[in-house]
Design a protein around this ligand. Structure first.
Ligand SMILES: NC(=O)c1ccc[n+]([C@@H]2O[C@H](COP(=O)([O-])OP(=O)(O)OC[C@H]3O[C@@H](n4cnc5c(N)ncnc54)[C@H](O)[C@@H]3O)[C@@H](O)[C@H]2O)c1
Length: 255
């Protein structure tokens, strides 16, 4: 595989499984030093081990990326270990379903704390490091098609994803002079360990997705790697929808 990230260091959050894991795996296969974060220490350790066994350099750094104290540790320890940060994939996100009229403050805070506060302040911490070391880096934030289209029970979650896309556009003003790019990816329904637990998930999304199936984690990871690679060096403030055409028609899932 092309070693396009050779000598680069990447942080991937929420990468113990699912989309984040596949992004970490592909980055390592293409030469990056990967700092793999997950809130679950065992999951993080197992994921890093699996990547190292296949090919590459991956270090587990477990912790909660909605916690500002941990964000500081994550960036400092990455720099102490690898000397710099070239790529941030702010992938960790939580989906808490609930009808709007019954949605609790506790649920709302959890969703906003991780999806928004965590992504915002981790991006800030990483960009400060990039600025201080004059690194022309790349940031990728994980959005969702629920930030574009109405989905039942996902008002809070969808709001955070729409906000991340605007965050990327807004930050173009401050980050472009530092030669840092910032983009988002909006995956559609993606088959992961988590979504596979929903009854008939693959069957339902296969029926309503123009391409005839939900995304695989590799579909999302390949798009993510493009946006943080040198091939995308003049792309910033953009969102890439990876949904097999679903948002073009948007039939609601009957799950
Ligand atoms: N799977 C989908 O269909 C889909 C669709 C659109 C967008 N997304 C987005 O893609 C991203 C990854 O989704 P996924 O389905 O692979 O997720 P997932 O739930 O399968 O995995 C996320 C990982 O994040 C970890 N995590 C949870 N809270 C954390 C925290 N506070 N700090 C650090 N790690 C934490 C979890 O332990 C888990 O291993 C999320 O931002 C999600 O919103 C997913």
């Amino acid at each position: 595989m092309e070693q396009i990230f050779q000598g680069k260091t990447a942080i991937v959050t929420g990468a113990g499984q699912g989309i984040g894991f596949e992004i970490g795996r592909l980055l390592a296969l293409q030469g990056a030093n990967v700092v793999l974060n997950d809130i679950d220490p065992e999951l993080a350790a197992r994921a890093a081990e699996a990547i190292n066994e296949e090919q590459g350099t991956c270090v587990a750094l477990p912790g909660d990326v909605s916690d500002i104290g941990f964000i500081s540790r994550l960036t400092t320890e990455t720099v102490n270990r690898f000397g710099r940060i070239d790529v941030l994939i702010a992938n960790a996100g939580i989906t808490l379903f609930g009808d709007f009229l019954d949605y609790t403050v506790d649920k709302f805070r959890k969703v906003v704390d991780l999806n928004l506060q965590g992504s915002f302040f981790l991006t800030q911490a990483v960009c400060r490091e990039m600025r201080d070391r004059k690194v022309e880096g790349s940031i990728l934030l994980m959005s969702s098609v629920t930030g574009h289209r109405a989905h039942r029970q996902l008002s809070a979650y969808g709001m955070t994803k729409a906000a991340l896309e605007l965050m990327a556009k807004t930050l173009v003003l401050e980050l472009s002079p530092l030669k840092i790019t910032i983009n988002t990816i909006a995956p559609g329904a993606t088959l992961t360990e988590r979504t596979a637990q929903d009854t008939n998930y693959e069957q339902v999304w296969s029926g309503i997705t123009p391409m005839g199936r939900p995304a695989t984690t590799e579909d999302i990871a390949r798009a993510a790697l493009f946006l943080v690679s040198p091939h995308a060096r003049h792309i910033t403030g953009q969102n890439l929808v990876v949904d097999g055409g679903w948002t073009c028609v948007s039939p609601p899932p009957d799950l």
